[in-house]
Design a protein around this ligand. Structure first.
Ligand SMILES: Nc1ncnc2c1ncn2[C@@H]1O[C@H](COP(=O)(O)OP(=O)(O)OP(=O)(O)O)[C@@H](O)[C@H]1O
Length: 419
């Protein structure tokens, strides 16, 4: 590996003040109240986002939710209907795409077919009339970084998809943009190459220290690559958080269902027990007692009702006794036991499918009430857990404290701030 390129930028010691607007020191990109409409259609509404220097932020959401539009607004290919974008403290309004310290990598790499790899990478520097010697040095450094030194004289059509994408990335970062926008850059690659490029891209981002805004609709890709993820739906952010926060503590049912596999159970709140207020008089913790509705429904067939105490940080005052809440349990939260195990309460069902995945045993269980759920248990040859057979009754429960509670969406809308 050659020496790292010169530092891109160092944030100033104080906050930058632009007209009436102050951008915090550690923030490279600030988006405030951004709105975009095409004719009467609102494509983005009230987008607010701060992206830090050196951060890898992913915009994740289903097709048509507005990810590309947001990227195009940041790049300057589109103008907002309302709101503002500040880059390193400077308002971007009215600044054309080529004047912004931003580069974009698209799904289609659009390399110049008549130029070699090295010429493609050098193109941006030539346009800027950088001295020849410097171009040569920087191209060499860049090609080493994307591990393509040995292919410098090849033409793009003689490269694999992954190699072409690396050239496109090298071409985009050689100008040392403050911000690199990547619009589904890996989606044209096959699965294996895609995984390899994911870790290469992450390494490159760390080494270059450039801030990345990455667009994908692939949740696994988002979880494995990002410092933070902004989950989008219908032109609005649903949640912005670290991969762990988004996966473990989804803010709403959309995020819960969109990210990873989810088992949802309805449960009735039977009791609310608040902890003592802290010094500031705030109640930040407590527990609620819930009964899983499905268990009660099947009680006639011998299933015991599951009554659980659930601890939950930021204890929610919005929930009231009698409310129905959603209990979110990931497959890895569930445990399967012998139906005759009287030491536990659980939901009764039958395993209808079981797949050995090497480190885990993944099962699909049909509960007595017809609800299909998924469990994923670690497979330990030394200590095999309960050895259930297909279609035999089993008891399903979960590891205490691993559940996540979400209110019904209606109550979420009513009590937006407290849940
Ligand atoms: N120039 C345009 N004129 C009218 N509508 C547009 C225009 N560009 C985008 N849209 C609409 O805006 C919405 C958001 O599109 P956008 O491409 O941003 O979504 P996306 O999340 O990137 O989707 P995908 O994952 O499929 O690329 C879509 O409904 C799209 O049809």
């Amino acid at each position: 590996m050659t020496d790292s390129p010169a530092p891109l930028q160092t944030p100033s010691e104080t906050s930058k003040i632009t007209n009436t607007h102050t951008v915090p020191d550690d923030v490279l990109l600030q988006i405030t109240h951004l709105k975009k409409t095409y004719d009467d259609t609102i494509v983005l509404s009230d987008i607010n986002l701060n992206i830090k220097h050196g951060e890898f932020l992913t915009l994740l959401g289903p097709s048509g939710c507005g990810k590309t539009t947001l990227l195009r607004l940041i790049a300057g290919f589109e103008q907002p209907t309302a709101g503002a974008i500040y880059l390193d403290g400077v308002q971007m309004a009215g600044l054309s795409a080529d004047k912004r310290p931003v580069n974009t990598v698209f799904q289609q790499y659009a390399l110049f077919p008549h130029m070699t790899v090295a010429q493609n990478v050098a193109y941006g520097l030539k346009l800027k009339k950088v001295p020849k010697d410097e171009i040569q040095t920087r191209v060499r450094e860049m090609l080493a970084m994307v591990q393509l030194e040995h292919l410098a004289n090849r033409r793009p059509q003689d490269l694999s998809g992954g190699q072409q994408q690396r050239v496109a990335i090298a071409r985009a970062v050689i100008n040392r943009p403050k911000l690199l926008l990547l619009d589904e850059p890996l989606s044209a690659l096959d699965y294996k190459l895609r995984l390899q490029m994911q870790s290469e891209l992450k390494r490159l981002q760390r080494e270059l220290g450039i801030t990345f805004v990455f667009v994908t609709h692939d949740q696994e890709e988002a979880l494995s690559m990002s410092d933070r993820i902004a989950v989008m739906k219908d032109g609005k952010f649903q949640q912005i958080g670290t991969p762990i926060e988004i996966y473990e503590n989804p803010a709403n049912l959309f995020t819960a269902k969109f990210i990873g596999e989810t088992n949802l159970f309805k449960a009735e709140v039977k009791g609310i027990y608040l902890d003592q207020p802290d010094r500031d008089g705030k109640v930040t913790n407590g527990r609620i007692e819930v009964a899983v509705c499905e268990a009660q429904e099947t009680q006639a067939s011998g299933t015991p009702a599951i009554l659980r105490n659930l601890r939950r940080p930021k204890f929610d005052k919005a929930v009231q006794v009698g409310d129905i809440v959603n209990l979110l349990l990931r497959p890895e939260d569930l445990r399967i036991y012998d139906v005759n195990d009287s030491t536990r309460t659980g939901l009764i069902g039958r395993v209808i499918e079981s797949n050995y995945k090497g480190s885990t045993l993944d099962s699909i269980i049909k509960l007595d009430n017809g609800h299909i759920i998924k469990a994923s248990e670690f497979f330990d040859e030394e200590d095999p857990s309960f050895d259930y057979k297909i279609n035999e009754p089993v008891k399903v429960t979960w590891v205490d404290g691993w559940e996540w509670v979400l209110p019904n969406e209606e109550s979420l809308a009513q009590h937006k701030d407290s849940f």
